[in-house]
Write a protein that binds this ligand. Structure first.
Ligand code: K7E
Ligand code: CUA
Length: 656
């Protein structure tokens, strides 16, 4: 309580400093974000580029947003798990299969933890992965095109939260269940949870060349909640660590019932050992149903395949592969330092921050010194694996990142601050308030062997008075700090979109160099593509009408179409013939019950329209593409069902 008071006072004090400086117009000296040399640190002159990309999860928006650092400017929202009318994502026929699941078409998701692919423990900027909690899925975004190109559903999982973190060479992207459930799902009494429900930890392999994902195996763990995970690296490469809570296995009023045990666990999984077991035919195939959706860059079309089985492993089958490390009080974050030696368990209800030692863990395993077991999984002694603890650093620790200089930075939700401390000595070096109630924080390259220092940003849950009010709902706020010195320095507030949980960030160069500018028209393999105005045509197949349409500044071909009848299903297959960077064309027709399309240069996209009324209906380009954008329009005539108006189309002439 005292602590809360103290930090509240600190916040008030800082506030007072801000306001007084603001009011007097004097340079207050140490007045943080208001002094001009700090403004220079985040200023990116018009036309110049930011030095870092930040990919910030959209939480309940289901998407991923792209920001520049240090400016805090948002560049793009990449649709991942949610339909997105701004680009026609999951409204166009080609992209609909991406949101297919074993539960049918799902238009929304809750995305938390983006993580960038790695090679040799360093960020390589090829792909970014992100999890969907609600209907468990993992998505892959290609950082060449900034498009979601693959989504795999995760069976036997629920509240897919300890996901989607990658191993040192992107061998696996890992997805862990938050909620334990009956495996396989079945009709059973909820109160029989304990001892019957299970938690699946999934290891999804990523093919080195193509990046194709496949579930290699699932480890079926006891019915705890698996909260966050991180890969081992360097010396601990080959292991994966998961925090757990609710080791009480309560199924009701968890805020009380899941806070009983003095210690929960960090589960340490030797995935190399299990991989070897699986490669030798270990584990068993179990019936399951899960969708695997893949977007093809050449046909510009996604396909969805329903998979029928998954390989599952019981941890007791592979002795020496799974251990529990006792960790105080419902740990949330599970963070591994760049050397791979320290594993930080952020106990939400614990006064101290617990750090485990990987080498001590190995030694304890070797000595076979166990405190007991849970469901056949050995529990190590807390004292045997403890590297040290940071004494009373703050209240409500959630997540930790590292700067690669031997320092760690932990967020504290309740005391609303970021605390910098030293690995090895466990002493607190600095603390800075956040505005307000911080969740995750990110250092570029933070989840790798080589963090890229300089900046850290905190993502806050509560915004309140930081910006002009926008009604009861305020966008969440992020805060950027300079961490190049001994003390952290607050540089900037910037609004984020949805609810950011984690973010992945990196130096801009790798991604920037590889970013694609157009789709090559010659490589377009879409079955309904038209490669020039003379390819444009309209084909009737029963009551389906396929319009092969082209766009180029500033007309559609065809732009006059007749002979459509009520009851027809009209497919506008729009090919954008442009081969210039950043010249999309849009398409929309009156009365359409789907979104517009936004078609990139060289791409073909399809919009479906089932007219419900007789008349002559206009269509137009929705993206301001040239001085004559407003002229980029056309008409389509819809006649009664039994009419004999012949099918005709044209451009630049009157329809005869
Ligand atoms: Cu702490 Cu979902 Cu990573 Cu939110 S989670 S903060
Ligand atoms: Cu094409 Cu506007």
């Amino acid at each position: 309580m005292k602590k809360i008071l103290k930090s509240t006072l600190a916040i008030v004090a800082v506030f007072a400093a801000f306001t007084s400086c603001n009011n007097s117009g004097k340079s207050g000296g140490k007045s943080g974000a208001l002094s001009s040399n700090i403004a220079e640190k985040v200023y990116v002159a018009p036309g110049e580029h930011d030095s870092h990309y930040a990919f910030i999860s959209g939480g309940y928006s289901g998407n991923l947003t792209v920001y520049g650092l240090p400016s805090g400017r948002m560049f793009k929202e990449i649709p991942v798990f949610s339909q997105f009318p701004t680009s026609g994502y999951r409204y166009s026929e080609e992209t609909k299969p991406m949101l297919n699941t074993s539960h049918g078409f799902i238009p929304w998701g809750d995305s938390h933890h983006p993580d960038i692919s790695q090679t040799n423990g360093e960020i390589d900027g090829r792909f970014i992965f992100i999890n969907e909690n609600n209907t468990p899925r993992i998505a892959k975004i290609d950082l060449k095109t900034f498009e979601t190109t693959e989504i795999i559903e995760v069976p036997n999982s629920a509240g897919n939260h300890s996901s989607s973190f990658v191993t040192e060479n992107t061998e696996y992207v890992v997805a862990g269940t938050r909620f334990s459930v009956p495996v396989p799902q079945r009709d059973m009494p909820i109160k029989e949870y304990k001892g019957n429900f299970q938690g699946a930890l999934s290891f999804i392999s990523v093919a080195p060349e193509t990046g194709n994902m496949d579930i290699k195996f699932q480890v079926l763990m006891p019915g705890f909640n698996y909260d966050i995970s991180h890969p081992g690296r360097g010396k601990s490469h080959g292991w994966f660590f998961f925090t757990t809570y609710n080791t009480e296995e309560a199924n009701t009023l968890l805020e009380v019932n899941a806070s009983q045990n003095d210690k929960d666990f960090i589960a340490a999984i030797n995935w190399k050992k299990i991989e070897e077991y699986v490669n030798n035919g270990g584990g068993k195939m179990m019936p399951a149903e899960y969708a695997h959706n893949v977007y093809d860059e050449h046909t510009h079309t996604a396909t969805s395949t329903m998979k029928k089985e998954v390989r599952v492993i019981n941890p007791t089958e592979v002795p020496g592969a799974v251990y529990f490390l006792p960790t105080p009080k419902s740990p949330h974050g599970c963070d591994v330092d760049p050397s791979g030696e320290y594993i930080v368990g952020n106990g939400k209800l614990s006064a101290n921050l617990t750090v485990h030692s990987f080498s001590k863990m190995l030694k304890a395993i070797e000595g076979e010194k166990f405190a007991g077991e849970a469901y056949g999984i050995p529990i190590l002694n807390f004292e045997d694996v403890l590297a040290g603890s940071v004494e009373q650093p703050g209240l409500g620790p959630l997540h930790t990142e590292f700067d690669g200089e031997g320092n760690a930075y932990t967020t504290f939700f309740i005391s609303s601050e970021v605390v910098k401390w030293k690995l090895g000595t466990w002493e607190v070096i600095d603390r800075k308030p956040t505005y307000y109630s911080v969740g995750h924080l990110t250092i570029p390259g933070g989840n790798s062997r080589k963090p890229q220092g300089k900046y850290m940003f905190a993502m806050n849950k509560i915004t309140k008075d930081r910006y002009l009010p926008t009604g009861p709902e305020m966008e969440h706020s992020a805060q950027l700090y300079d961490i190049s010195g001994e003390k952290m320095e607050l540089l900037l507030d910037f609004p984020t979109h949805g609810e950011p949980h984690y973010a992945a960030a990196m130096e801009a160069d790798l991604v920037k160099e590889r970013s694609q500018k157009i789709y090559n028209l010659e490589e377009n393999k879409h079955p309904y593509a038209a490669f020039s105005d003379s390819d444009a045509k309209v084909v009737r197949k029963g009551n389906e009408v396929h319009i092969y349409m082209t766009t180029i500044r500033s007309h559609f071909t065809p732009d006059n179409i007749e002979g459509i009848k009520l009851g027809d299903k009209v497919f506008f297959h729009v090919t954008n013939l442009e081969q210039d960077f950043d010249v999309p064309h849009g398409f929309a027709v009156l009365g359409q019950n789907t979104s517009e399309l936004l078609v990139m240069p060289g791409q073909t996209k399809t919009s479906v329209w089932e007219p419900t009324k007789v008349g002559v209906w206009p269509f137009y380009c929705t993206d301001f593409c040239s001085a004559l954008h407003q002229e980029m329009q056309g008409y389509i005539r819809v006649s009664p069902k039994n009419s004999d108006v012949p099918l005709k189309w044209s451009m630049g002439e009157d329809i005869e």
